[in-house]
Design a protein around this ligand. Structure first.
Ligand code: NAD
Length: 252
């Protein structure tokens, strides 16, 4: 097995569940010390326990990515606790569906403040540390819906994720000269609760995706994590400002 991240410290937001937890485990398996952040302590602690059970190193830090104060503290504490910050996976996000004209304005605000402002704040504080400490790597989680809108009732979410893709390209251009390599992943439906429609079971989703996606199934957590690890690895050293679509052909 390759071990690409020995000696690196990786910060992962939304690390208490889904893609964030799977990616945290994958980074730890490849030698990184992992910090998982999210709003609630309990799921983060569970991720740490899973990593430690496999012999990895990890710690948990509750933080709300839409709070600049929280994110600043997250970066400072990560560096104090583990001696650096080399890789950041800005992955926390929320999805609230609804026809645009009927969507609560608070649902619009939440998706923009967590999905977009959250990524902005994370990059802002991460870049401030990385540019003063020899560079680093950042991967943001966008969505294939940002570039390829094909489902109704997800306008606010899709707009927020399009902004993540755009912000990623802008930041990538601005900071690659300072040794900070920034990219994004744009997943399609991955096997987490976020890709379940209201009232849908996992079996229902599997049935729906047989015909809705060219590949005929949801993406696995490992497939999403593998894309993040590749972008964060030295193998992707010339890949800058890329939005890696991982969607089973949905937007092909
Ligand atoms: P998930 O709900 O398991 O993960 C989202 C995580 O973000 C949770 O751990 C949640 O606690 C955290 N979070 C939410 N608001 C936060 C905040 N204010 N501060 C800190 N943490 C916060 O779902 P997931 O599928 O693992 O989603 C991970 C990312 O992938 C999200 O950005 C999501 O939009 C994106 N995505 C998911 C899919 C999919 O089909 N699952 C597809 C495309 C993109």
């Amino acid at each position: 097995m390759s071990v690409r991240f020995t000696g690196k410290v990786a910060l992962i937001t939304g690390g208490g569940s889904g893609i964030g937890r799977a990616t945290a485990l994958a980074f730890a398996r490849e030698g990184a010390t992992v910090v998982v952040a999210g709003r609630q302590a309990e799921p983060l602690d569970e991720t740490v326990t899973l990593i430690e059970a496999e012999g990895g190193r990890a710690s948990a830090m509750p933080a709300d990515v839409s709070s600049s104060e929280d994110v600043a503290r997250l970066v400072t504490t990560t560096v104090e606790r583990h001696g650096g910050l080399h890789i950041a996976f800005n992955n926390a996000g929320v999805l609230e569906a609804g026809p645009l004209a009927d969507l609560d304005e608070s649902a619009w605000d939440r998706q923009l403040s967590i999905n977009v402002t959250g990524v902005f704040l994370c990059m802002r504080h991460e870049i401030a540390h990385m540019r003063a400490n020899g560079g680093g790597v950042i991967v943001n989680t966008a969505s294939n819906l940002g570039a390829h809108m094909r489902l109704p009732f997800l306008g606010a979410y899709a707009a927020s994720k399009a902004a993540v893709s755009t912000l990623t390209r802008a930041a990538a251009m601005e900071y690659i000269g300072e040794g900070i390599r920034i990219n994004a992943i744009s997943p399609g439906p991955i096997e987490t609760s976020m890709s379940l429609r209201p009232g849908e079971t996992e079996a229902d989703r599997a049935e729906r995706l047989k015909s809705a996606l060219p590949i005929g199934r949801a993406g696995t957590l490992d497939e999403a994590a593998a894309a993040v690890l590749w972008l964060a690895s030295p193998e992707a050293g010339f890949t800058v400002g890329h939005d890696l679509v991982v969607d089973g052909g949905a937007s092909a």
